[in-house]
Design a protein. Structure first.
Length: 225
């Protein structure tokens, strides 16, 4: 019994002593990709599942490992319908990337909408960010507005989606929003908290009052665990 109590105490201590995760500065790159490029990959990742089953609809984080690939681990925001608290295990050595608040505009599959038109539409609500508060391991990230990232070119919204009826048909899309990129966090437990909203004064603009309210508890573990 004493040995078991010692092991339990040691484990709890190691979780509590995890070093605070480091927020990378705007413009930092991972594998040559900056936040704008990563946001395109994030939207493609979020679109892997069909509507209603996508990462931002996951209430608990149960599916946070679905479709993850490469050196960056994506965390989802929400659809704006409710506040969520998620738990997620993240392999040690991965960067972590997630939205504070963001929009994507895409054209119907097979239909050409000019990229500039999509970029302008994605920007509309982001020009009216009202609040953006991000805490990483209990520390507020200063001036979250500086983390805005916008598409420089359009990307295929459904490049990784296996459920589409016409694979290979390009669906141009553009992203605009506020994103956080973390250096690979230390082993142990970390906490992420996001509170953000738009306040677009124009009536009837889709997403003009979008609210993001979500929390993550992530346990960074060795990939073999």
């Amino acid at each position: 019994m004493r040995r078991w109590l010692f092991v339990l105490a040691f484990t709890c201590a190691s979780v509590a002593l995890a070093r605070p995760a480091q927020v990378l500065a705007p413009g930092e790159r991972v594998g040559g990709a900056d936040a704008a490029a990563l946001s395109a990959r994030w939207w493609q990742w979020a679109s892997v599942a069909p509507p209603g089953a996508r990462a931002y609809d996951d209430p608990t984080g149960e599916h946070c490992a679905d479709a993850q690939q490469g050196p960056v681990w994506f965390l989802a925001g929400t659809s704006g319908d409710a506040a969520v608290e998620r738990r997620c295990s993240v392999p040690y050595g991965k960067h972590v990337f997630f939205p504070i608040i963001a929009m994507m505009q895409h054209s119907p599959r097979g239909r050409h909408v000019p990229c500039d038109t999509l970029r302008d539409a994605a920007a509309v609500n982001n020009d009216y960010l009202q609040h953006a508060i991000v805490k990483i391991d209990g520390v507020i990230v200063p001036d979250a507005r500086r983390f805005r990232a916008r598409s420089t070119a359009c990307f295929d919204a459904y490049e990784r989606a296996p459920y589409v009826d016409e694979p290979g048909v390009f669906a141009p899309a553009a992203s605009d929003g506020y994103w956080i990129l973390l250096a690979p966090p230390s082993r142990g437990r970390h906490h992420i908290s996001v509170r953000a909203n738009y306040a677009n004064p124009a009536a009837g603009v889709a997403g003009g009052g979008l609210v993001q309210y979500f929390d993550y508890t992530i346990d960074v573990v060795d990939p073999s665990i």
